[in-house]
Every structure is written in structure tokens, then in C-alpha cells.
Ligand binder design. Sequence first.
Ligand code: 5AD
Ligand code: SF4
Length: 445
Amino acid sequence: MDGRYLIRTFGCQMNEHDSERIGGMLRADGMRPARDVADARVVVLNTCAIRENADNRLYGNLGHLKPLKAKDPDLRIVVAGCLAQKDQGTIQERAPWVDVVVGTHALPHLLDLLRRAEREGPQMDVREYTELFPSALPAARDDAFRAWVSIAVGCDNACTFCIVPFVRGAQRSRAIGDVLAEVQGLARNGVVEVTLLGQNVNTYGRDLSVPGSSRRSLFAELLRRVNEVDGLRRIRFTSPHPHDFTPDVVEAMAESEKVCEHIHFPLQSGSDAVLRAMQRSYRRERYLGWLERIREAIPGIAVSTDIIVGFPGETERDFEDTLDVVERAGFDSAYTFQYSPRPGTRAATMPDQLPKEVVQERFDRLVTLQERISLERARGQVGSEVEVLVEGEGRRGLSTQSRTRTNRIVHLAEPFDPGTFVTARVTGAAAHHLTGEAVPTPVLA
Ligand code: 5AD
Ligand code: SF4
């Protein structure tokens, strides 16, 4: 196909990763990225189903595209991602001007679907099983120096609030050799930072083992092997699950110098009763115990988390337990969510769904507390010298945005090319970023 494409991505890093592959396939087919919708021959909405209003937003966006399609019948509209998998035929029933609905397992077939749509009209592929990992597809990346690498898709857990197992299926891991080959290829092409992606990285490889053999997690081994890849400087991963966390992963993190000092460790709730109702099998003390152990093994590690407020049946006491864990854990940052019932999940039919005002009020208290803690943690960095990797222009082009190994954003006054490593002295702190200045490298006499 010729012409230009536009991709809008909603949701998590999995979708970012898939969008890179969607762009890669379209580019391999002869297309180029568009600047805006008016410029595009193919528009892809890569959707997310995790939180409320995702469907309203999708149908809102499709509503905006309808008159464009009426004016230009050659425009091709694609809905991909988790909502495509979840809503399937409903999408084209409600928006018959959509040309292609491509589910999470069918991504490799996108070009075929587009071609068939040219000849035969609207197409849909929402098959239930991943045959080819999207990682095997070509990628079109925004940055030349960092990349997502998928190590597993799907999830075998059944957290009662979560739609992911329904739309991404059971966990399927990529062979360790395939992951390594991809990382080696990336490093040869100048990529210095990779983020390993899986819904639950700690169970990576479980589905690869021979039935009856040990169910030992391969994730620690994977970290050590990726650490050996020449040219690579930083390794990140997301997300580990507190339930399946193992000491060998902490050891591998501590001993692999390229693995960054940051962990995203989803708490979800600090109340044991709520964790039980969520079907998350760890408890508050065990979670805090892991944090202690991780911090002991990896001094200075930054910790971020996900927290849901207002799960069905959450009492004021339960919520106070969450505030208490947040205080004791001292997270560097937290993604906070108001519980939203996802149709089809167990929690959606639980009694005691909380009124919006209660959830909002608790949410505001949690955010206030976490902002205070984030700011305190950031202030603790002032005066230190850190290695940062330059990402690009900062806000309004006034500064350069860079990132520490601990995943903190640092705004530098001086300009640097994206992908450059700089030593910076931290001069200021806010809850969500630091400011700093480059430390001149000593000139050898
Ligand atoms: N309501 C609110 N937040 C949710 N998350 C997942 N499902 C829901 C839901 N139904 C949050 C969890 C998860 C993050 C990616 O999104 O905190 O870790
Ligand atoms: Fe959802 Fe739980 Fe799986 Fe995470 S571990 S994707 S929250 S079911």
C-alpha cells in the first residue's frame, strides 16, 4: 500500500510495543507515518480495555472518523488491541465504517486483513490463540536507542478486577533464544536500553518447561543472559507480581550490572481482606517483607507501584490499611486507579460496589499522601550525581529530558542528543521530576 498511516495508542506498554509492530508492518509494506488524520490513508486505533470509559472513548473517536470516511472512501480505519478482542463484532455493528477489527492474537495478519478489506469490505479477525509473537514482526520505533522486548504475552492469574486474562489469553512465553537474538540484534543496531515486557515476568518460562519437570522460573536466568549482551547498557522489566517473586530474581538483579535500580511492584491494596477478594495471594506483611529484602540487596533502588482504590466491599479500615502500607513502603511513585467494574470479571458482580463519592474522596487522600512521599523521596536526590540517558527535548523545548537508572526524569538545562549518556548533578526536585546540570567530564592532562 502507498500513502501514510497514523496510529493512536491507548493503555499500557504492551500496546506501545504492538503499535511499534503495526507501524513496522505498514512501513515494510511501503507506507510512511502521517502527521495527522487529514494526512492519513490508514488510521489505527490501538485500544485498551482495562479502565472505564475505554469504550466511550473508542466510539467517540470512531464518531469523529465517520465524516472523514464518508468524504474519502479510500480511508481505511482499523481497530486493534484489547477492546477489539473484547467487543469483536459489536464494533462494526456500532460503527459500520470500520474496515478492520484485529484482535490481540491476530496482529501478524493485519496486512492481509487490509488487503481483503480493499476487495471485499469490512474484515474481522479475533482468533483466540497467538501463533506468532508480535515481536517477530518488523518494528517502527520512535527512539533509536531504546526498545520494548516482549518476553511473554497473556496472564495465568485471575485477579478478580482484571480483564487482561480475557483479552490477552493464557500466558505464552517466548523461547529464551528468541528473546536473546532480538536483544542482540537491537544492541548491534545501537539500542542501549531494553525493557522486557510481560504481564507477570516472574512466571516467564513456566509454559515452556516440559510437563512434569521443575516449574522453576526462568526469569532470573533470562536477566543474567540479557545482561551479557554486548553494547547494551540498561535493562528494565515490567511487571513482576509479588505473589510469584523469588529470591533468585533479586540476586540476578543485584548481580547484573545492566539491570537498572528500579522495580515496578504492583501492590493494588494494603488490606489483606481486599487482597483476598482480589484473589491476589500475597498479604501486606509479605509484600513489605519483599520490599525490605529488595532494598537490602539493591541499595538505592526506586520502587513504583499500582494501587486500586474502592474495590467492592473496601471499608474505611481497609483503605486506612492501604494508606499505612503506602506510608511504610515509601514508594517513589504510584499509579493510582479508581476501581472500575469490567464486565465479565468476577469483581463486577460482587455486592457492595462503592458509591463514586466515597471512591473519589479516598482516591484524593491517597494521591495527597503519595505526592508528599514522592516529593520527599525526590528531595533526597538533590546534590547527588547520577548517570542519565538523554531522551529528547524537554517541555516547551526549554530543556533536555533525560532519565536516571532509577527511572526518575531529570530536566537538564544543556542540550544533548537523544541516546547520549551524561553525568548530572541533581539541583532541584519536584514530585514527578528532578532538575539537574551536566557535570563536565574531567579533561585528561
Ligand atoms: N479498575 C481499576 N484499575 C484497574 N487496573 C486493572 N484493572 C482495573 C480495574 N478494573 C489497574 C491495576 C493494574 C493496572 C495496569 O491497572 O492497578 O496493575
Ligand atoms: Fe491482571 Fe492480575 Fe494478570 Fe496483572 S496479574 S494482568 S492484574 S490478572
